[in-house]
Design a protein around this ligand. Structure first.
Ligand code: GZL
Length: 315
């Protein structure tokens, strides 16, 4: 009788240990909903996340939000229903997330923000934000342009997606520096929604209506700048010479445009966030705490260095 009881206890212990080991080894499942596929920067960001999940053997449920907040909210709810271990997303705009993030919290699913921030009073709704300092990027673009233009310019501003963190903060940083240069004026601001096609469309329409009444362009991303460059050339002005252009992202096409003399400076916004994202995922699954913000390293690339730097660019 005594032997029998000991045997039962032994098997129960072995079973409990096996379940624990199996739970530890169970594949991590992550739900990630992306802003969309609006720019070369976004494509590089998506690729970095998908390839890193593969490398780590993490199951990634990936959804393209097609630049619509409703799609992102729907995807987050589907991740909650599927009981994923961690939810990650790059919020297309900063507001309107409280409700769905409270649902994730209620279901005890941690949320990581990638690239863009949300404007929520309750910051317990997400664990950490992995991304750039967009205000700093705006300041860097303004400082470079002020130097290039010797403190005097009429500036056309191509803004990114209205209501998005990069648009709000790049504009804020740029305007902060502009206060120190009374002879640098923004004569027109308009959104090109971070896309090449919209950047071209906006510039083409403005030139048709008002003509080239500016000598500098500040574009919130390289894709819109490249679209605007095409519109300027079609109108008959020389981008990079008649109009000095500074933009943000530092994608490969920006370096190529600088080498052709059509773009004058790009401020880096590093999209290669996959490693940092999955480091944060694994830290959370292991029960570790994380800082509220995990910054990514970036630089500023003027035209003069483009030829040397292009061969080592990763996106
Ligand atoms: C910035 C990112 C922006 C890029 C654009 O981190 O959110 O969105 O600057 C992209 O190219 O569309």
């Amino acid at each position: 009788m005594r032997k029998g009881r000991l045997l039962v206890v032994f098997f129960v212990l072995v079973l409990a240990l096996a379940c624990q080991v199996q739970a530890r080894q169970r594949r991590i499942v992550v739900g990630f909903v992306q802003v969309g596929a609006e720019s070369a920067w976004r494509t590089a960001n998506t690729e970095s996340i998908i390839s890193e999940a593969k490398k780590r053997g993490i199951e990634l449920k990936y959804v393209d939000g097609q630049q619509q907040q409703a799609n992102q909210i729907k995807a987050i709810r589907s991740f909650i229903a599927q009981k994923v271990d961690v939810i990650g997303f790059s919020p297309v705009v900063t507001t309107g997330w409280e409700q769905v993030l409270r649902e994730a919290k209620r279901h005890k699913i941690p949320v990581i923000l990638v690239d863009r921030a949300v404007d929520c009073a309750d910051d317990s709704l997400w664990v950490t934000l992995i991304g750039s300092d967009f205000v700093k990027e705006g300041r860097q673009a303004a400082h470079w342009l002020a130097g290039k233009m010797k403190g005097k310019a009429s500036i056309f501003e191509l803004e990114g997606t209205i209501g998005s963190a990069p648009t709000i903060d790049r504009k804020k940083g740029f305007q902060e520096v502009m206060k120190d240069y009374p002879e640098m004026k923004i004569i027109h601001s308009q959104t090109g929604d971070f896309t090449r096609s919209k950047g071209k469309e906006v510039m083409k329409a403005f030139l048709k209506e008002k003509g080239p009444c500016f000598d500098a362009l500040f574009s919130h991303n390289d894709d819109m700048a490249i679209g605007a460059i095409q519109a300027m050339e079609e109108y008959g002005i020389r981008p990079g010479t008649d109009v000095i252009i500074v933009s943000v992202d530092a994608i490969r096409a920006a370096f190529e445009a600088m080498i052709e003399g059509k773009l004058n400076c790009t401020v880096e916004c590093n999209p290669l966030q996959g490693r940092a994202f999955f480091d944060a995922v694994e830290a959370i699954v292991a029960g570790k705490t994380l800082p509220k913000k995990i910054p990514v390293e970036e630089g500023v690339f003027p035209q003069e260095v483009a030829r040397d730097v292009l061969p080592i660019r990763k996106y």
